[in-house]
Design a protein around this ligand. Structure first.
Ligand code: FAD
Length: 412
C-alpha cells in the first residue's frame, strides 16, 4: 500500500511556502508550522534570476509577478569612490532571449505574499476538487494546507515517521521538510553541527518610495557600487514604485540575529564616509536604515548535509549564503521544485536521497561563488585596479553566468 502523501513543513518563509506550493500542486496534504504569530511585511529587496522566475512561471505566478515585481533593463557596476561606470550587463529583453525567462527584482514581502496567495488559491481548488469527488467537507478540508502560526519547532525525533514537538503540540508525519531558515531547529536537532558563523559583514538596508526620491536619483536599473571593504546595491522594487538600497560593510558590531534593527543614519555615514558624491546623495536620501548582521556556513560538502531518512533541509536551513550573488531565495525556490519532483514517484526516503544528491553540488557552488564575489567586490588598491580593468574589458562576460541563470529546474 502506498504511503499517505502528507508532509510537515517547518517554517513559512520563502522556502517553506515554495515547497508547500510545489507539493500542493502534486496533491500533497501539508501542515506548515511557523514561529511568527502573524506573517508580517518584513524584509526588503530580493533579486530573482531567470533560473528562479522560470520556476515561478511554471507554478502559474507570471501575472502575479507582473503586478509587483520590476524588470530592470541593465545591471551597472560603478566605482563607489569615483562614481565612474565599470561594466554593464544587459538584463530585460537580453535575459529573456538568452535564458527564456526574465531577471526581476521584488520586495521580499511581495514575493512572500504572492506565494501565500497562490497557496490559498491552490487550497481552494483542492477543496473544490475533493468535494466534487464526493469527500465529506471535513475530509476535503484535510486535503488542504494547514498553516499553524505562532508555533515553534522545539525538537525532532525520527520515530514512526517523524515526530515534531512544538511549543504547543506533538505532530507526526511521514515526511518533515526543515525550511526554518538560518537558525534552523530541525538542523540543530538532527545534524547537530553548531550554529552558522558570523561573516564579519553587516548589511544596512533602506527603502524609499520612488516619488520621494529627487528625480535625478531615480533609476530603472540595478546599480552595484564597488569600493574597498564596501559595496552598495540599489534597484527598484514594488513594480518600480520604491527603491531598495543595501550597503554592505565590515562588521564592528556584536553578532546579532534578525533582519530589522533600526539604526541611526550616522552609523551608515560612518561606514560609507569615503564614497563619491552621487552615491552619497543616494544614501543621504534614505529616510530610515536597518542593520542586518550577516552569517553563513561553509559550502556544502555532500548530499548527507541536505537529507537524512525522512527529513529534508531546504533553503537557508541547508545552505545559508552570503548575499553577493543574490541567490538565497532563488536556491530555496530551486530546492522546493526539485524536492517536489523527487517525491512525485518515489518512496519518501528514496526521494529525499535523490533530492539531496541532485541539489547539493549546485548549492555548494552558489555558496562558494557568493563568498568569492564578496572578496572581489571589496578589493582595495592595487587589486581593485585589475578588477576594474577586467570589468571594463569583459563586463558582460564576467557578470553573465550561464551555469547559474541557464539552470532549468527538473519538471519546468
Ligand atoms: C524576516 C526575514 C526578512 C528577510 N529579508 C530579506 C531581505 O530583505 N533580502 C534578502 O535577500 N533576504 C531576506 N531574507 C532572507 C531570505 O528570505 C532567505 O535567505 C531566503 O528566502 C531563503 O528562505 P528560507 O525559507 O530558507 O528562510 P527564511 O525566509 O528565513 O524563512 C524561515 C522561516 O522559518 C521560520 N522559523 C525559524 N525557526 C523556526 C522554528 N523553530 N519553528 C517554526 N518556524 C521557524 C522563520 O520565522 C521564517 O518564517 C529574509 C528572511 C526573513 C526571515
Amino acid at each position: 500500500m502506498s504511503e499517505p502523501r502528507h508532509a510537515l513543513i517547518a517554517g513559512a518563509g520563502i522556502g517553506g511556502l515554495a515547497a508547500a506550493l510545489a507539493l500542493q500542486r502534486l496533491g500533497w496534504q501539508l501542515q506548515i508550522v511557523e514561529q511568527a504569530p502573524v506573517l508580517s511585511e518584513v524584509g526588503a529587496g530580493i533579486q530573482l534570476g531567470p533560473n528562479v522566475t522560470r520556476i515561478l512561471q511554471h507554478w502559474g505566478l507570471q501575472d502575479a509577478l507582473k503586478a509587483c515585481a520590476f524588470e530592470p533593463e541593465r545591471l551597472v557596476s560603478r566605482s563607489a569612490l569615483q562614481g565612474h561606470e565599470l561594466g554593464v550587463l544587459p538584463l530585460g529583453q537580453a535575459m529573456r532571449e538568452r535564458f527564456g525567462a526574465p531577471y526581476l527584482t521584488i520586495h521580499r514581502a511581495d514575493l512572500h505574499g504572492l506565494l501565500l496567495q497562490s497557496l490559498g488559491q491552490a487550497m481552494d481548488q483542492t477543496l473544490v476538487q475533493a468535494l466534487i469527488q464526493g469527500a465529506s467537507p471535513a475530509n476535503a478540508l484535510a486535503h488542504c494546507a494547514d498553516l499553524k502560526l505562532g508555533q515553534t519547532v522545539q525538537s525532532v525525533t525520527m520515530q514512526e515517521g517523524v515526530q515534531v514537538q512544538t511549543n504547543t503540540e506533538l505532530l507526526q508525519a511521514p515526511l518533515l521538510i526543515g525550511a526554518d531558515g538560518l537558525w534552523s531547529r530541525v538542523r540543530q536537532a538532527l545534524w547537530q553541527d553548531g550554529p552558522p558563523t558570523p561573516t564579519g559583514h553587516v548589511a544596512y538596508r533602506a527603502l524609499i518610495a520612488m516619488a520621494d526620491l529627487p528625480a535625478a536619483l531615480r533609476t530603472q536599473h540595478i546599480t552595484v557600487w564597488l569600493g574597498p571593504a564596501l559595496h552598495v546595491v540599489q534597484y527598484p522594487v514594488r513594480a518600480g514604485q520604491a527603491m531598495n538600497v543595501v550597503v554592505i560593510a565590515y562588521n564592528r558590531f556584536e553578532a546579532q540575529q534578525g533582519w530589522d534593527h533600526l539604526v541611526a543614519a550616522q552609523e551608515v555615514l560612518g561606514a560609507t564616509a569615503q564614497v563619491c558624491a552621487p552615491l552619497r546623495a543616494v544614501l543621504d536620501a534614505m529616510p530610515v536604515w536597518s542593520r542586518w548582521v550577516l552569517f553563513d556556513r561553509a559550502p556544502l560538502t555532500g548530499a548527507h548535509a541536505m537529507a537524512q531518512g525522512r527529513v529534508a533541509l531546504l533553503g537557508d536551513a541547508a545552505h545559508p549564503m552570503r548575499p553577493y550573488l543574490a541567490q538565497g531565495a532563488g536556491m530555496a525556490i530551486e530546492d522546493a521544485q526539485a524536492l517536489a519532483l523527487a517525491l512525485q514517484d518515489r518512496p519518501v526516503p528514496d526521494a529525499l536521497a535523490h533530492y539531496a544528491q541532485q541539489r547539493w553540488q549546485r548549492n555548494a557552488r552558489v555558496q562558494a561563488r557568493a563568498r568569492r564575489n564578496g572578496r572581489v567586490f571589496h578589493l582595495g588598491a592595487p587589486w581593485s585596479l585589475a578588477r576594474d580593468v577586467a570589468l571594463r574589458m569583459a563586463g558582460p562576460k564576467l557578470m553573465n553566468l550561464p551555469w547559474l541563470y541557464g539552470h532549468v529546474a527538473p519538471g519546468t
